[in-house]
Design a protein around this ligand. Structure first.
Ligand SMILES: Cc1cc2nc3c(=O)[nH]c(=O)nc-3n(C[C@H](O)[C@H](O)[C@H](O)COP(=O)(O)O)c2cc1C
Length: 332
């Protein structure tokens, strides 16, 4: 736990301890979030949920609110652009046992941005402040905002934005160190994250490209952030949280049998809430994250995309374990 010893105490820290699983639509479902909590993530966030969908009681949006008590502390992430939707959504989600509410002001996807939501809010500060106010005045939970460093290099977020968000009730800000124009590519701009940290009266959680414990610690060091949010680096590698939580990155890497038992656990948890006719198509996506980076992975992935019963899964995992053992022997 050495890395967090220096961090200041704050409302948000009380909830998160600073090692957060990033929200990733289509990937960070309840089962994966539970796995990450077990490995050492100190807080998780739901996939983004449309505030408007909650307002009009859409089944699809409500399904995204499912979580297990083992995931706590958990934040629910809302996206949208109309304060009225956020008011109703904040009221509704506040009754469901979540620990904080996060507002999405970072999603770069065209459909989201074209409706004025996600990172489009970074270009419309009156709308962003109205949304933050709508949430904070309709909940007693801590409110957090997830932003990017700006719309484009020509339109970075202003130095005053963190204080504006804090004034409207934000307890913490997560910053993905890219512009909207970067989408998900290119190097994370640590100096821009550091600028936001420097100007923020509330804790900042740094995010972007923490693919290894080393990368994550570099991001933390370079930015002086109060915590880290890990996204893609955790997919197929939830052990990254164990490395960060224990400060023992090498000891934290899993033995082949642990990889297999983790995937089984994830599958069993998924089957508790996903109907069997959808289970395997969703499982395949998760499975592919674990099958990479060793000899024989490409061929096994070709088979993993066809898994459609537990017998298939068992065969794939038996072979995965053999390949991982062989890889370890080659590297030792
Ligand atoms: C497939 C995918 C889905 C994502 N969905 C969300 C989302 O629902 N809400 C959000 O705020 N960010 C979302 N993001 C962005 C991540 O939370 C994170 O900010 C970004 O991936 C950078 O961090 P990383 O390099 O550690 O992955 C998503 C990213 C990916 C790759």
């Amino acid at each position: 736990m050495y890395m967090f010893a220096f961090m200041e105490n704050s409302t948000f820290r009380k909830y998160t301890h600073g090692l957060v699983l990033a929200p990733m639509a289509g990937s960070t479902d309840s089962a994966f979030r539970r796995i990450c909590r077990r490995m050492g993530a100190t807080a998780v966030v739901t996939e983004m949920v449309a505030a408007a969908g909650l307002s009009r009681r859409s089944v699809k949006s409500h399904k995204l609110l499912r979580f297990h008590s083992e995931e706590k502390p958990i934040g629910v992430q809302l996206f949208g652009n109309r304060p009225g939707d956020f008011e109703r959504a904040a009221e509704l989600v506040s009754k469901l046992g979540f620990d904080f509410i996060d507002i999405n002001a970072g999603c770069p996807v065209k459909k989201v941005v074209n409706s004025g939501s996600g990172s489009a809010l970074l270009k419309n500060i009156p709308a962003l402040t109205a949304v933050v106010r709508a949430v904070s005045s309709n909940t007693s939970l801590p409110v957090t905002v997830k932003i990017r460093i700006g719309w484009s290099p020509e339109e970075p977020v202003s130095d005053s934005l963190p204080a504006i968000l804090a004034d409207e009730g934000a307890s913490a800000i997560a910053v993905h160190g890219r512009y909207r124009s970067d989408m998900f590519a290119g190097e994370v701009r640590k100096e821009e994250v550091e600028r936001i940290v420097r100007n923020s009266p509330v804790p900042v959680i740094a995010n972007g490209d923490s693919r290894s414990v080393r990368n994550a610690l570099d991001l933390l060091d370079a930015t002086g952030a109060a915590g880290l949010m890990i996204g893609r680096g955790s997919l197929g590698n939830p052990w990254i949280f164990r490395g960060l939580a224990t400060g023992e990155p090498l000891d934290a890497s899993p033995l082949p049998r642990e990889v297999i038992s983790t995937i089984w656990q994830q599958y069993e948890m998924m089957s508790e809430y996903i109907p069997v006719d959808h289970l395997y198509s969703i499982l395949r996506g998760q499975l592919l994250h674990y099958i990479r980076g060793f000899r024989g992975a490409a061929e096994l992935r070709g088979r993993a995309v066809r898994v459609d019963c537990s017998g298939d899964l068992e065969d794939i995992l038996t072979e995965l374990e053999e390949l991982l053992i062989a890889e370890r022997q080659r590297n030792s």
